[in-house]
Design a protein around this ligand. Structure first.
Ligand SMILES: NC(=O)c1ccc[n+]([C@@H]2O[C@H](COP(=O)([O-])OP(=O)(O)OC[C@H]3O[C@@H](n4cnc5c(N)ncnc54)[C@H](O)[C@@H]3O)[C@@H](O)[C@H]2O)c1
Ligand SMILES: [Fe+2]
Length: 388
């Protein structure tokens, strides 16, 4: 049996944040990140709309980028004290992911992090609250996905929690929230979205339902990301939709080893998630092409790239990504990013072993062992050709 799950309602377009006025309930907790939503007035607006709807509102502020287990447990504790029937998460992937994990421990205080971190092992939710996600970056698409990425800083491992239980009930995709993204964030989150769509199109769990969403997302990223990076508002509007489509695809098709590598090296090298995906993606395409060049060729044809054979088309796709990375000022190797060789060598065995255990490795088109991950990390560090 195959399953395809999305939020029940998705509001999209300018000004849709105001949909919060129509929420029916008693109490809402708003979970938000650092300061950007407050500074730009969106937090006040969200709070105002919820109050207009007659709800009592409490704030959990200050979720850090790449949220920790500790932040999640603090938020869940606040929720247990306040007893909200709505959780409203607003901001980038970090506060929304943190709020999803808080939701689990709010409804199930006895749950153990190690248990819920096992794929599709989250106990039933919605006995106490429902969930609204409002993204302010154009990349993670966590507003429509069954994932939440939480970092255990003791082990320096990012855990993707995965279960349709944490797919939000309502997503509000209002592009105005993304207008204030600085250039670097626009580039990194946009490449995260492109990686989601490409990995969803080649993942072992892909389907005829996820494929068209992935392809549409890829062509929209191709047509809009560089212009969005340059500050064009229409392109930014389009990227907000493109990333959401990619999310609908990958939440159901799942991902691949670009994400396994990014999850296991992000907390070690302190490189933003989307930037790591952008660096690893061309190397992984070369690694996977023995198995699924025909899928990459499909994508290349769909977006108008040149090539006569599947392998030529796959090469065109890899070069298109390399070119886009250059246009977005994203380095092509970990070394160029500034990771010291001794730091890399000190960690490479550990992150290679950890990557095998990542939930995204199981749905990759090609089986990948620790020694393969090591060779891939080395290729991405030194800029070596992948021919294994
Ligand atoms: N749940 C999923 O399906 C999924 C998918 C991919 C990635 N992730 C995770 O999401 C996290 C990354 O999320 P992200 O890339 O959205 O970044 P983020 O939420 O970590 O935010 C990065 C920075 O951008 C700022 N920011 C956010 N929106 C802004 C805006 N509109 N204007 C100005 N500044 C803004 C934040 O305050 C923060 O300082 C990672 O932990 C990653 O692993 C989750
Ligand atoms: Fe991602």
């Amino acid at each position: 049996m195959a399953r395809f799950t999305l939020p029940r309602d998705l509001y999209f377009g300018h000004g849709t944040l105001a949909e919060l006025k129509n929420i029916k309930g008693k109490k809402a907790i708003i979970v938000v990140g650092g300061s950007s939503m407050k500074k730009n007035g969106f937090l006040d607006k969200a709070e105002g709309y919820l109050k207009e709807a007659g709800l009592q509102v409490k704030l959990f502020e200050g979720v850090e980028p790449d949220p920790s287990v500790e932040t999640v447990l603090r938020g869940a504790e606040m929720m247990r004290q306040f007893n909200p029937d709505w959780i409203v998460a607003i901001g980038g992937g970090s506060p929304i992911d943190a709020a999803k994990a808080m939701w689990i421990f709010y409804e199930h205080p006895e749950a153990k992090f190690e248990e819920v971190a096992k794929p599709f092992n989250i106990p039933p939710l919605r006995n106490k609250a429902r969930f609204i996600a409002i993204p302010s970056t154009s990349g993670t698409a966590t507003e429509v996905t069954a994932f939440s990425v939480i970092t255990d800083y003791k082990t320096q491992i990012k855990y993707p929690l995965a279960d349709f239980e944490i797919t939000p009930d309502i997503a509000i995709v209002d592009p105005e929230l993304a207008y204030t993204m600085p250039q670097k964030l626009t580039a990194h989150t946009g490449m995260d979205a492109l990686t989601h769509a490409i990995e969803a199109y080649t993942a072992s769990n892909r389907s005829d339902i996820s494929d068209p969403l992935a392809l549409k997302a890829i062509i929209m990223v191709k047509d809009n990301l560089v212009n969005s990076y340059s500050g064009n508002k229409t392109a930014r509007d389009n990227m907000h939709i493109a990333q959401c489509l990619a999310g609908m695809a990958f939440s159901n098709a799942l991902l691949g080893i670009v994400h396994s590598m990014a999850h296991k090296s992000g907390a070690v090298f302190h490189i933003p998630h989307g930037c790591l995906n952008a660096i690893y993606l061309p190397y992984v395409i070369d690694y996977n092409k023995r198995i699924c060049a025909y899928r990459y060729a499909d994508i290349a044809r769909f977006i108008g790239l040149k090539g006569k054979t599947d392998l030529e088309l796959t090469d065109s796709l890899r070069e298109f990504i390399n070119k886009m990375n250059k246009q977005l000022n994203i380095p092509s190797t970990l070394k160029e990013y500034g990771i010291l060789e001794e730091d890399f060598l000190h960690n490479v065995d550990r992150i290679s072993k950890n990557a095998v255990l990542d939930a995204c490795t199981g749905c990759s088109p090609r089986e990948t062992k620790a020694e393969d991950f090591k060779k891939l990390f080395e290729a991405a560090y030194y800029g070596r050709k992948v021919n294994f």
